[in-house]
Design a protein around this ligand. Sequence first.
Ligand code: TYD
Length: 234
Amino acid sequence: MRAPGGSQALMPQRFMRRGTPVSGSADAFAATGRFVTFEGIDGAGKSSHLQALAAWLRARGHEVVVTREPGGTPLAERLRELVLTQPMEPLTELLLVFAARRDHLVGQIVPALMRGATVLCDRFTDASFAYQGGGRGLDGECIAVLERWVQAGRQPDLTLWFDLPAEVAAARRSAARVPDRFEQQDAAFFARVRDGYAQRAVAHAARFERIDATGAQPEVWQRVLAAVEGRGWW
Ligand code: TYD
């Protein structure tokens, strides 16, 4: 039996009213769609591969929802704007990112997974561990608590981690765009973010695929395809 919407499906058990029929997290896990996240330091090139994978999946007849974090719903996009532009201390930043995530999960991701769509999401909670944990130095246990509350046990099915040295990513970024609050950070910050991703990849080895993001785009795309086809899901 399925809960009607994303909110009930993600309600941590202890917040459910007595007699509510379905445990939230069990139901979120019962969703049939695949949840794929794209991660990496700014300048790793993940976003163009996300679009390419969406096209590849659609050509095979799959329903694909392309989304991003922070963002993905009207409220979460407003929170994104604040997080990317307003000065704030790290814990406030973390809380806003998770507030955006909750709205996004409830309003967009879980309903899409429940109807069987593949969701491709540009960043998710691994970015909170990497940026707010590694980059800003917040306690990982605090982030893990928010992860449990907000996601009720739901993790991505597959995480494509685009990995490359911080200096290579910095050179790509400087050619590309006006930097936001994160992109203005120094090389040491991005080295810590990269390390944060590396730790998550070890702790969540089954769902993580490390993609070597150095080299030309077509080469990297071949690595993405190999990782995706290796799962045998589509
Ligand atoms: P990004 O995904 O790189 O988008 P764009 O390509 O449009 O710049 O930007 C989002 C930024 O938000 C990125 O620098 C990392 C940051 N971020 C966090 O710090 N924590 C999070 O949990 C998430 C999802 C993103």
